[in-house]
Write a protein that binds this ligand. Structure first.
Ligand code: HEC
Length: 465
């Protein structure tokens, strides 16, 4: 049975006819305010130089009760692991941030450390990890435990807690939450509150109107149902997602995503067992648009189903492309592969013949899949060609679900593979506040999709992840 409910915390605002849109997911970490000396005689101290970096860049995950496996709040905690910390930041494993620096346009919410910050940590460790003077220690950083964007207009949560077993493989659980919205609404921000941040790795909110997810929920014992790649049903849109360490972000002024009346929201939660049984109930808060909406956000998945990855090959290339049917602005990008994925880059060939880069992830890890927002919208004129190039490793590495490796094809299960470059786009120049303007980007994409010989070339509707 549907084990979920919706709570309305405000009145509906700006009901509008709508199609579907997607997500902007931001991480919003603030840059370190003090980096300390990066060269010269003085050895950096913990209190003066290192603590501010850890506060700004690490504590969002490495504090009690969060996803990081140990806290880094005090001198003692950091000192114990000084060498590990220096190595993790120098090798750019930490903080987790997958896009390759400098490949495409500047990304918003970049949480990677500056070279100066890495140097401070390295020199502190090399210098014997001095504590420094008490007066230098910054005030402890406080974290917002409530809704950081204010009280949402609509809070959605499953009706029951989910109990995660102490050990075993990661769990991808879908909770179906009826919205009971009497009219379509524009959503300008979505805030995620993981109930138990120790085990919630990431969350995705998908929108469905066909009631298929309710049937799946009924058929699977316990709250919700299990599904690896997205909700396993035909969705009509999504409300973005959250990954450990991300802050809530609003869509740009005048841009919104749409939620149709009567829709069900499916919360797909990716759990990583912690070693003891854990209880979770993850909530999302929706903020309705309070200002006029000019553009609606739409997602396209530049993708192919033509995937054949032979066993024991460690660099198999898969390509997908999409011809842009109308002038658009790209607000964000989300590479998507499964366990064999190693690398993906998304590039553009403009009608002039000029090429440019959008984003590249060179050490893909399905546990850290992000949606990355560009610092400024990227304009693509009609006729531009977006190309996705992905590489897969089907050797016997630990992440390979098949031991020994075997031929892997397209599919939505964790042992299948996918190759999708999701792009969050708006139509250039669209102004829905003006008379006679239509919210037609979705219809344009759908029309292009229908006329295409290879239906799998890109997908305007079904964003299965
Ligand atoms: C977005 C959450 C997040 C942020 C931010 C983050 N970590 Fe981590 N960290 C993790 C998780 C989760 C693990 C466990 C291993 C994994 O899942 O990759 C981890 C593991 C580690 C490890 C041990 C494993 C390794 O790769 O060496 C170190 C050391 C570490 N983090 C240091 C840091 C430091 C230093 C910072 C800040 C500069 C930081 N982390 C920022 C989530 C985070």
């Amino acid at each position: 049975m549907p084990t979920s409910t919706a709570r309305s915390a405000g009145r509906l605002f700006a009901p509008r006819r709508l199609l579907l849109l997607g997500v902007i997911l931001g991480s919003g970490l603030k840059p370190a305010s003090a980096g300390g000396p990066t060269s010269g005689l003085a050895t950096p101290t913990f209190n003066r130089d290192v603590a501010p970096i850890l506060q700004a860049r690490c504590l969002v995950c490495h504090r009690r009760g969060q996803v990081g496996p140990f806290p880094l709040e005090t001198f003692e905690q950091a000192g114990k692991r000084g060498l590990d910390i220096a190595e993790a930041v120098e090798e750019r494993r930490m903080p987790p941030w997958k896009p390759v620096a400098g490949f495409g346009p500047k990304l918003a919410h970049d949480r990677s450390l500056t070279t100066g910050e890495v140097n401070v940590i390295r020199k502190w460790v090399e210098g014997g990890m001095p504590r420094g003077g008490d007066r230098d220690l910054p005030m402890p950083r406080t974290f917002e435990d409530g809704w950081s964007l204010g009280t949402p207009d609509l809070i959605l949560e499953p009706l029951e807690d989910y109990v995660l077993a102490a050990s075993g493989p990661d769990v991808y659980r879908c909770f179906v939450i009826p919205t009971d919205l009497p009219a379509d609404v524009y959503i300008s921000a979505v805030e995620y509150r993981p109930g138990n941040p120790r085990v919630v790795h990431h969350v995705m909110a998908l929108v469905e109107t066909g009631r298929q997810a309710r049937a799946k929920d009924l058929a699977d014992p316990g709250p919700g149902y299990t599904s690896f790649s997205g909700a396993g049903v035909d969705i009509v849109g999504d409300l973005g997602g959250w990954a450990a360490g991300n802050d809530a972000a609003r869509l740009p002024e005048g841009v919104a995503r749409a939620l149709p009346k009567g829709a069900d929201v499916i919360l797909q939660v990716h759990y990583h067992p912690s070693g003891k049984a854990e209880v979770d109930r993850t909530r999302i808060g929706l903020h309705f648009a309070k200002t006029p909406i000019r553009q609606t956000l739409q997602w396209v998945g530049v993708t192919t189903h033509d995937i054949q990855i032979p066993p024991d090959r460690n660099r198999v290339e898969v390509r997908a492309r999409w011809t842009v049917p109308v002038d658009v602005e790209v607000l964000s990008a989300a590479p998507h592969m499964h366990q064999l994925g190693r690398e993906m880059r998304i590039t553009v060939t403009h009608p002039s013949g000029r090429t440019s880069n959008l984003i590249r992830v060179s050490d893909w890890d399905p546990a850290w899949q992000g949606t990355y927002s560009f610092d400024r919208p990227i304009r693509l004129v009609r006729g531009s060609i977006v190309e996705v190039v992905a590489h897969y490793d089907n050797s016997a590495h630990p992440r390979n679900p098949n031991q020994p490796p075997k031929l892997v094809k397209y599919g939505v299960e964790s042992f299948d593979e996918m190759c999708v470059g999701y792009l969050g786009i708006v139509k250039t120049g669209q102004d829905l506040t003006q008379p006679n303007q239509k919210d037609d980007l979705f219809a344009i994409l759908l029309d292009q999709h229908r006329r295409m010989r290879y239906r799998e070339q890109f997908a305007p509707v079904r964003r299965r992840r």
